[in-house]
Design a binder for this molecule. Structure first.
Ligand code: NAI
Length: 468
């Protein structure tokens, strides 16, 4: 006899586990199927959380090595114990994944370890790595299986010399040299970790800029800052071939538009050219659920696929591959199933790149507004003129606010600077309420804080910033 549930969620990443918890809060009987032995998906196990642990450690290390002397702290020549750093990271991951197990218990969510396959609407088969398959029945099934690293056809990831983000998070020593393919979020974050710890890092990017999709001006200033930190960049460059040995890799590169090539040799290479939806083993073809040209599952505005009762959220559907976007969608589906009007405002999903300085954005970029012909005003303020940033000796970067020229409504905001990922949220809230730059400019901000730069940028929209 199959076990009966109201909802079976396949995948326990931020999309899946949040969906399960919200559904349980609303009184649904919920099961989660997870093929890893720990909950939390890519984000908690091999993504956001471990990378933030390594970013935190390497930031502190770089500050001690290069920043302390300027502030009068003497005698620092820090050494890195990579094994201890990795143990710290593993502890952080374990505490987070255990937290999910605790929350499942607290919310009486049943969990099944194994690969979930959808037999038909209402029926999921769980294949454990050993033992007999288990049948589950449910009114609704949510696919939340996430994504996997995209591969280059001529560069097989062995996680020793050729790394994906998973291998780059688990290195046992600091490589002498690391070549990063792709100047996206993963490439710049993990490139930063190993650069700060002493590796020579060279980034190869196909496009003529870093961080495609981010506001161009912010990306340009970040590019300059990363170069100052010693990262080398080859933009507008494609990799055509690779020769790998156990000790090194030699990449043949040439200008993206064609031209004279060269070779780049490094001890290790990180392939960070994007991620692709992960739907392997779900049996989608057998139930007649097609994916689009990018492997994504099409859904309607309620996240329901073309098969009634089967939903999909997060990285397996369209939109930015971000943990918090998946969480929002998980909550929305749970609320729809619980009889509430669940919805997600996809126009206001913040994005953060955890480099030094941090880059954070919400809403439209200046390029997007120009392309759409939206008449807008730009207000900018540099951290160089912010008292708190000066006191912290972290003055690189700026706040940029884009407001509608007629209504003053804030359409987008971009911050490059210390704690940008924290500061972006006051603008996200403002935008959710349809607020204007003037609303922000009229709100008292505590002094001395970094957030005063946000207010000054809002004042600058009306041409009346005080400190610039
Ligand atoms: P990405 O899409 O951010 O960047 C990939 C980069 O590789 C792009 O700049 C692209 O132009 C370049 N590229 C593609 N093919 C190339 C080639 N053959 N040669 C050279 N360059 C090439 O992808 P990434 O960094 O792998 O991240 C994957 C996903 O994970 C993204 O959706 C990202 O948003 C998400 N993520 C988010 C994080 C955050 O929110 N802080 C952290 C890490 C990942």
């Amino acid at each position: 006899m199959a076990e009966q549930f109201d909802l079976v969620v396949i995948g326990s990443g931020p999309g899946g586990y949040v969906c399960a918890i919200r559904a349980a809060q609303l009184g649904l009987k919920v099961a989660v199927v997870e093929k890893r032995s720990s909950f939390g998906g890519t984000c908690l196990n091999i993504g956001c959380i471990p990378s933030k642990a390594l970013l935190h450690v390497s930031e502190r290390f770089a500050e001690a090595a290069h920043g302390f002397a300027a502030m009068g702290i003497c005698g620092c020549k820090p050494k890195i114990d990579v094994a201890a750093m990795q143990a710290y990271k593993d502890k952080v991951v374990e505490a987070n994944t255990r937290g999910i197990a605790f929350l499942f218990k607290k919310n009486k969510i049943a969990s099944f370890i194994g690969t979930g396959r959808i037999v038909e609407a209402g029926r999921v088969q769980v294949m454990p790595s050993d033992g007999a398959p288990v049948e589950l029945e449910a009114q609704a099934i949510v696919i939340a299986t996430g994504s996997d690293s995209a591969a280059l056809p001529f560069l097989e990831v062995d996680e020793k010399t050729i790394l994906s983000s998973t291998g780059a998070l688990a290195l046992g020593t600091v490589p002498k040299s690391l070549v990063v393919i792709g100047a996206g979020v993963i490439g710049l974050e993990l490139g930063s970790v190993w650069r700060r710890l002493g590796a020579e890092v060279t980034v190869i990017e196909y496009l003529d800029r870093i961080l495609p999709g981010m506001d161009g001006e912010i990306a340009k200033v970040l590019h300059r800052e990363l170069k100052k930190q010693g990262m080398a960049f080859h933009l507008g460059t494609k990799v055509t071939q690779a020769k790998t040995t156990q000790r090194s890799v030699t990449l043949s590169v040439e200008p993206a538009g064609g031209g004279k090539g060269q070779t780049i040799k490094a001890q290790k290479a990180l392939v960070a050219i994007g991620r692709v939806p992960y739907t392997q083993g779900l049996g989608l073809a057998d139930i007649g659920l097609e994916t689009d040209e990018r492997g994504r599952i099409p859904v309607d505005e309620s996240f329901e696929t073309k098969i009634a009762g089967i939903y999909a959220i997060g990285d397996v559907i369209a939109g930015p591959m971000l943990a918090h976007k998946a969480e929002e969608e998980g909550v929305a589906v749970a609320e729809i199933l619980g009889g509430l009007p669940g919805e997600v405002n996809h126009d206001i999903i913040p994005a953060v790149v955890y480099t030094t300085p941090e880059a954070a954005s919400v809403g439209k970029t200046e390029e997007e507004l120009k392309a759409a012909g939206v008449d807008h005003v730009v207000g900018k303020f540099n951290f160089m003129a912010n008292g708190r940033a000066k006191a912290m000796n972290e003055t690189a970067g700026l706040v940029k606010i884009l407001a509608d020229a007629k209504t003053d409504r804030v359409l987008g905001a971009h911050i490059l600077g210390p704690m940008a990922g924290e500061m972006i949220h006051e603008i996200a809230v403002l935008m959710e309420f349809g607020g204007s730059a003037e609303d922000l400019a009229r709100t008292c901000h505590a002094h001395p804080t970094l957030s005063e730069a946000v207010r000054e940028a809002a004042l600058a929209v009306a041409g009346r910033a005080i400190h610039s």
